[in-house]
Design a protein around this ligand. Structure first.
Ligand code: AMP
Length: 264
């Protein structure tokens, strides 16, 4: 992989990278298509990264279907599918720590998750040497942290964020949606419903974040972990709503944890 990347560089070809954990859906494919329009070569990685799963999380049960994923990618403009079995050498212990940005929002219930994400993306960047990388806005906290990592570590990668792709009823597409029972599936779009309620109140002129978020929380039909309004770059809470603010939420339905967000 590494020598291929160096060869592309030598030939002056722009490499665009899309990291994923597989079990691909239209959300992932939208990133791949975006990548195709940004450079000369597209690399997609599929790697279920053990370092970003907590001990009690779904690493073992995470949906995997490499053959199906490869077939889907064959229909897209993809030059390389990079699907390593293992990325960590024995005794690997140095990590990329996102600091306080990794402790808020999803980081509260998933300690260490974003360190695992930042570490694997840094490794993948070093292996693939992309000129640009495309990520989904669905994982807004992930994007903010990786964007900050690129800036803090002076990484020569252009970071591109692509819009959230949703089902017709508003549910954000996710590999984990396959876990939902039919009854849970019906309740799942209510997380997006809560976010839309915040957006609507904002459009009507409401600016008091705490008040709006409290009211919108009632719309969520699962166990709401959080619903917050934050600065989309620093992830710090904002007391007043304004254009560009990130409103993000996480909700549990049975064993499935859903996340979603909108930008005002
Ligand atoms: P994952 O395989 O879940 O790690 O996601 C790989 C990439 O796809 C990340 O950049 C995600 O933000 C992005 N992604 C996942 N779901 C969606 C979606 N519904 N819309 C847009 N991007 C998504």
């Amino acid at each position: 992989m590494f020598s291929w990347a160096l060869e592309q560089r030598k030939r002056g070809r722009a490499v665009v990278f899309v990291p994923t954990m597989g079990c691909l859906h239209q959300g992932h494919l939208s990133l791949v298509r975006r990548a195709g329009g940004l450079g000369d070569r597209v690399v997609v990685s599929i790697y279920v990264n053990p370092a970003q799963f907590g001990k009690k999380e779904d690493f073992r049960g995470y949906p995997r279907d490499l053959q199906r994923d490869a077939r889907l990618l064959e229909k897209e403009k993809v030059d390389v599918l990079f699907a390593p079995k293992n990325l960590y050498g024995k005794g690997a212990c140095v990590t990329a720590d996102p600091g306080p940005m990794g402790d808020v929002l999803c980081g509260r219930s998933r300690p260490g998750h974003f360190r695992g994400v930042a570490t694997v993306v840094l490794k993948l960047f070093n292996i693939i040497r992309p000129d640009a990388a495309v990520f989904g806005r669905k994982d807004a906290q992930q994007f903010a942290i990786l964007d900050k990592m690129v800036s803090d570590f002076n990484l020569p990668v252009k970071m591109v964020a692509a819009p959230v792709v949703r089902e017709k009823d508003g549910l954000a597409m996710s590999s984990r949606n396959v876990y939902l029972s039919p009854a849970e599936r019906k309740k799942a779009p209510s997380l997006h419903g809560a976010l839309k309620a915040v957006s609507l109140a904002y459009k009507k002129g409401e600016r008091r974040a705490a008040r709006v978020l409290k009211k919108a929380s009632r719309i969520a039909e699962g166990d709401l972990e959080y619903l917050e309004a934050v600065d989309r770059r620093t992830l710090l809470p904002v007391p007043r709503l304004k254009a560009g603010v990130l409103v993000a939420g996480a909700m549990r339905l049975g064993r499935t944890r859903l996340i979603d967000n909108i930008i005002l």
